[in-house]
Ligand binder design. Structure first.
Ligand SMILES: [Zn+2]
Ligand SMILES: [Zn+2]
Ligand SMILES: [Zn+2]
Length: 331
């Protein structure tokens, strides 16, 4: 999917470590993403959960989107927005109800559709940094939307890799990894997933990719082959939210609440030859010179082991029926 090499090296997990991440000073004053502090953020672009007639820029709300006060890009370089997941300062994806996460995904869908309709933007990326070790600067859980006039390098590489797979093997690489079928390609129904199955819901599948770059990495994809996240149905978002919260809880239980990045890859504006997906990338160790200097990755946790442990946590959790492994999962 990323056209790179991955080295699976379980023995490296046991190497000694006596270096700690630098302690940073914490925020002075109230959290700007908490209810009642709306005046601290740029003007609101979108809010969900506010009663009709209530004034914007004030509580109550359930999801809130506004421009990033410290944007990475502006003007002709693009747009940078913040999506606050919920009013709750301490509740991340693993703590929120699936319904609340579905509402976050709906807000992302609305903004992606609006941004993709502009003729000056080539791609929109949604990502979420959870924990200082994953690059989060404010602890109140939030995601970010980055809209750019060029297709980012990673997405460009994925588009090329999916096209190369189709030329070489036919069908779709993400469908192949997830074990689902793209009807457009006329392949046989439900195959063995090439990824290690983690969980599945009615409309979405989670697998540990065979070439996972990061320990405990999970790929989440809709069963329905589709290029654009902005076209996902409410049912797909609800199903994906249920899967995502289940996987995040299982990750916390199995791997000790690691920091992680979550990235949503959807086709570039006007592109069709793509299968949108989420990549959950736990960050148990910072990227080091090896990764920076080569573009290769070293992963100390075998993805088959990671998938088995996550499956076990999901099956042991209450409400496991909502996050059961796919039909092709071996016991
Ligand atoms: Zn807060
Ligand atoms: Zn596909
Ligand atoms: Zn991707």
């Amino acid at each position: 999917l990323h056209d790179t090499w991955v080295i699976h090296a379980p023995d490296r997990g046991g190497r000694p470590r006596d270096v700690r991440l630098r302690e940073e000073p914490s925020l002075d004053g109230p959290c700007p993403f908490c209810p009642g502090q709306e005046h601290q953020t740029p003007p609101e672009i979108l809010a969900l959960g506010r009663p009709p007639g209530a004034a914007p820029g004030r509580p109550p709300w359930r999801v809130r989107v506004f421009g990033n006060r410290y944007p990475a890009v502006t003007g002709a370089q693009g747009l940078h927005e913040v999506v606050v997941l919920s009013p709750a300062h301490e509740r991340g994806l693993a703590d929120l109800d699936p319904d609340a996460v579905a509402e976050v995904l709906a807000a992302v869908r609305t903004r992606m559709a609006a941004l993709a309709a502009r003729d000056d933007l080539a791609a929109v990326t949604f990502f979420l940094n959870a924990g200082a070790g994953a690059g989060a600067s404010l602890s109140h859980p939030h995601g970010q939307l980055l809209a750019t006039p060029v297709v980012p390098a990673v997405l460009r590489a994925e588009v090329a890799a999916q096209a190369a797979w189709r030329r070489a093997h036919g069908g779709c690489l993400v469908c192949h990894l997830a074990g689902v079928t793209a009807p457009a390609f006329g392949a046989a129904a439900d195959r063995e997933p090439a990824g290690h199955p983690v969980a599945a819901t009615a409309h979405a599948v989670a697998v540990a990719p065979v070439a996972s770059r990061f320990a405990w990495e999970v790929l989440l994809a809709p069963r329905q082959h589709a290029a654009h996240f902005a076209a996902a149905s409410d049912g797909e978002l609800a199903s994906l939210a249920r899967l995502l919260t289940g996987v995040c809880r299982a990750l916390r239980a199995a791997a000790g609440d690691p920091p992680y990045n979550l990235v949503l890859h959807t086709a570039p504006v006007g592109g069709e030859d793509f299968h949108w997906h989420l990549e959950l990338m736990p960050r148990l160790a910072p990227l080091a010179g090896f990764e920076a200097g080569t573009g290769f990755f070293i992963n100390p946790v075998d993805p088959a082991t990671a998938a088995a442990e996550l499956r076990a946590r999901l099956n042991g959790a209450r409400g496991a029926a909502d996050a059961r492994p796919g039909p092709r999962t071996s016991p």
